[in-house]
Write a protein of this length. Sequence first.
Length: 91
Amino acid sequence: MNFFKSLFGGSSPAPQTNFYTLNVKCNRCGEVIEGRVNLANDLSLEEDNNYFVRKVLMGSGHCFQQIEIELKFDASKKVIEKQASGGTFVE
Ligand SMILES: [Zn+2]
């Protein structure tokens, strides 16, 4: 049973998955759509050591407006810039 113990009984905590969540309101129908950015997987590193992510969100209603969002994070993964086309950010 030592084999299984060493596989599953490690004392290190599961890796933390951090999500940045945001809400955008569709410019066409007004639906508020929630988007999630996986800070561990979705970001790409830029030359200036900032991170960048682009996502396309779509509402669940009958409106097929696509909302493209672009976010920029600094080296400590704090948002420093955000843009949305087709929608506007709501806090
Ligand atoms: Zn819409």
